[in-house]
Ligand binder design. Sequence first.
Ligand code: SF4
Length: 223
Amino acid sequence: MNKNSEHGKIRPPVNYPSPLTSAASSTLRGLLAAAVAEGYHKIGQAVFKPDAEGFFLCHAEDVGREDLEIFHNPHDAAALAINDDAGNYRPLKTGPNLKHGWLLRVASLADLHLALDLLYPAALANWRSFLRNEKIASPLRDTVNRQTGMYRVTGLITDEEAQGIVDSLCSPGCLRRIQWPIPSDAEPPLIPTKEKEIPLLCVDACSLLIAEARRVVKARLGK
Ligand code: SF4
């Protein structure tokens, strides 16, 4: 058993400030307010900071640029998250391809909350569950065993094949940190944290991984 978990529970790292772990027992808005107060300012590839008008958000690599296109409606975050710099559709909102060139100004914490949810769906909720020490991640083996129809075959994936998919699909192509183990009886992995950054947690294998598992199994079976 690893030192950070017991019986399927995942302990938040001890270095989280206590105002955050306290705020995790309240609303998502309350947690976000506490995070802002603690100086948290990054999520995925975006940064968010309070300013005289409320808050601004932009791509972390665009901080300081003066030629950014300005937006004022938090709902604009949905459109900003759709395509990458080349105009290609982003099937994974947590892919490392958030487009550049925009600055979103919002007036309130509620609007910041909405914009963050549109850029990185469920990130705050998953983080709150993590801080609450709740078990929210299903082992991959349980996830594939639940599949039906054309994806039922994914239940035949080996642990080694699954690890290969994680290494080739998740590690370079997604900013989420995987919370689930592959075997049903394995311990969940430790989640490293970064300074003043809201983590993007993967609590369940996504449809891209399940589709790749199907392809790998079918290739092995010669189907
Ligand atoms: S399974 Fe999780 S970490 Fe892997 S690509 Fe999908 S969302 Fe990202």
